[in-house]
Design a protein around this ligand. Sequence first.
Ligand code: NAI
Ligand code: MG
Length: 332
Amino acid sequence: MTEPHEVAVVPGDGVGREVVPAAQQVLEAVADGRNTLEFEFTDGEAGDAVKERTGTALPQGTRELVTGADATLFGATGETSVEVVIPLRRAIDAYANVRPARAYPGVDALQPETDLVFVRENTEGVYAGHEAELAPGVTTLTRVITAEASERIARFGFEYAAEHDYDVTVAHKANVMRETDGLFLESVERVAGEMGTECETALMDALATRLVRDPAEFGVVICPNLAGDVLSDLAAGLVGGLGLLASANVGPERALFEPVHGSAPDIAGEGIANPTAAILSGAHLLEYLGHEEAGVSVREAVAETLAEGPRTPDLGGEAGTEAVTTAIVERL
Ligand code: NAI
Ligand code: MG
């Protein structure tokens, strides 16, 4: 008997409740076929709906579930996102946000050569939570950059790049934010020196233009928090939409996996959400837990399904979430 992996499942709101069960179904199918892999899934509530009912978007029980689990599969929350996702990432010290953006054969992409991975600093920058209203009509935000967090994300990014055979580009705006991004850049370059590795540095605004025109030029892009959030959504547009982009929030001991997209209230409840992003998040979860081969088999089943169909309407198809999920499970 193998020890089961304890996985917290937090679907959240909107399409999170449709795509997370799809991803869980895929993980269950993968485990069914392998006697070295077993899961124990436990559900937790979070988001707009639970806040409406109980007054809190992130119940203590859910927080404890996530901090106690080996890994978490998260969906999306709606308006309460800042009350849920950011505290959960913080609770497991998930300092690295990994967001691959890859084009797939069969999916209409603006840039079919795209194959890059954003490694985003996930704990500070302008998302550190230091905002204030000084007076009516006057607000401020404090941007936090520390050497420690910058070095930590750099190390993660360079190791990830070496493991997956990517070049590294570092996004920054140190010409304007001289103190904060100056420190970020200096820290990343110091780590590169220590690790004996090369990296290109690029101003993040110019980088945005280059990403659109020639994404194939890039591999791993190490970014400060806000830049990583914006640039990865930009890259989603290059490869065929948010329904495809998975992400991992990795801490020293635990990790939380989630689609990049939100609760998509415009299509929620219709059964047409693309489950790909959530299922690929599940593949990442498998790899994180040491089941590399199982993760790859999910990625292959997803790629085949994207190439041959069925596809959801966001990709020009007519199939629903369930039909796509079933097709992926059948190809496993
Ligand atoms: P969104 O990602 O929910 O939707 C943007 C567009 O992408 C919509 O047209 C939507 O239909 C489409 N889309 C998203 N996921 C899809 C999928 N799986 N299949 C097919 N189409 C998909 O972003 P939006 O509209 O800006 O935000 C909606 C809500 O989600 C807001 O309340 C926001 O706060 C929340 N949000 C939550 C996040 C999280 O929980 N991590 C992240 C981003 C937004
Ligand atoms: Mg975002």
